[in-house]
Design a protein around this ligand. Structure first.
Ligand code: CP3
Length: 341
């Protein structure tokens, strides 16, 4: 069994397992080489040999406990016929936004879409990864994916997304339902292909009021999790409602997840006293502190570990590694955590 599945089954694991959001990426020179070879970011995601190679790079370099398949939450928008590209220094750009392109002709069978390439990359990676290491599959949560579909730009204007959702309730609901179906099938396909844990990223969950949060975050996520659990009841599911500080507990309780990923701004006493009583917690070193490194990083790791060590937890970041981060800082983090007794 892999380390995260053991943790989920109640085993005591010390030192805590470590993996980091965006652990494969531009801060690694070996990533940039493969990205150039692949041609574009999308080619990298869709060429299973390359995707698998960059997935394994941080494991080979730092001996992390889990790999996360190299892909992106926005690939799924191609199933809606929305063409996407990733521009240097800009980020994702969708050719058309949803306002101009109501969802017609959606490819609902993930097996018949580009997403099969991700499944193949998972399969290749599983065969190369040692048995005790976890392989994490993932998808974006409907709300966060929709913010990009509505805006068509990387600099998401979230107030505009919220307004669009409120102004187009019926279409918004139809698209959320489609995203729920697609995301559930996509996660199931990833598990079938060798992922032993899956994560649902809701990076923009923090801007919603309570009723919006219930309708666009909690309920769709609950449905995705329930569909995945119908097929794979034992696969641990990580949820990440980034920034939704008032609603973290409600989200964790009502969605049916197993592991709650916490961002760096969430108060650690709340995490420990409320969330860790019921769930496995993952987090929450700040990517800015990882960037600084040195004593500041060590201090924060100590604070983190002292707070969370009595209950099962995964040491991770509150958000993705910044591309300016020296790889040595990641190595320092791993060595420091593993030196603690
Ligand atoms: O190592 C890993 O974590 C796995 C791969 C992964 C990527 N994106 C690769 C990527 C994962 C899990 C994601 C998730 C993702 N993608 C999220 C949710 C997590 C979060 O960051 O909040 C979101 C919102 C996206 C959408 C997205 N993709 C944006 C906004 C950007 C541009 C920002 C940036 O960092 O450049 C991307 C591009 C992207 N996805 C890169 C990587 C490594 C950089 C692209 C490159 O190599 O040029």
């Amino acid at each position: 069994m892999t380390i995260l599945c053991k943790l989920n089954d109640g085993d005591i694991i010390w030192p805590p397992p470590i993996w980091l959001m965006r652990q494969a990426g531009r801060y690694l020179p070996e990533y940039n080489i493969i990205r150039d070879k692949a041609g574009s970011f999308l080619d990298l995601c869709y060429k299973p040999n390359y995707a698998s190679e960059v997935t394994l790079q941080p494991i080979n370099r730092f001996d992390l406990d889990a790999a996360i398949i190299f892909a992106d939450i926005l690939l799924i928008t191609q199933n809606f016929g929305l063409d996407i590209r990733f521009e240097e220094n800009v980020g994702p750009v969708l050719e058309k936004s949803l306002t101009e392109n109501p969802a017609l002709g959606v490819i609902t069978e993930v097996e018949k879409s580009n997403l099969v390439n991700v499944a193949e990359a998972i399969n290749l990676t599983r065969h190369k990864l040692s048995r005790e290491k976890s392989l994490i599959g993932f998808c974006g949560a409907p709300w966060t994916v929709m913010t990009y579909m509505i805006n068509g730009r990387s600099k998401v204007d979230l107030s505009q997304s919220v307004k669009w959702m409120e102004d187009n309730p019926s279409l918004a609901n139809d698209i959320i339902c489609m995203l729920v179906e697609l995301s559930a099938s996509y996660l199931i396909l990833q598990i079938q292909s060798g992922a032993d844990v899956v994560k649902i990223f809701d990076s923009w969950a923090g801007v919603l009021n309570e009723s919006q949060f219930n309708n666009w975050v909690v309920e769709p996520t609950r449905q995705i999790i329930s569909k995945v659990k119908d097929v794979y009841p034992k696969t641990p599911i990580i949820g990440f409602p980034k920034g939704a500080h008032k609603f973290y507990e409600k989200y964790a309780v009502q969605t049916g997840l197993n592991i709650i990923a916490v961002d760096s701004e969430l108060d650690r006493d709340y995490v420990r006293n409320i969330l860790q009583k019921k769930f496995i917690v993952q987090g929450n070193i700040s990517p800015n502190i990882l960037l600084k490194g040195g004593e500041v990083l060590k201090k924060d790791i100590e604070l983190n570990i002292n707070k969370f060590r009595d209950q099962p937890f995964i040491l991770g970041l509150g958000h993705g590694i910044l591309k300016e981060t020296p790889p040595q800082h990641v190595l320092d983090l791993v060595q420091f955590v593993r030196s603690l007794s």
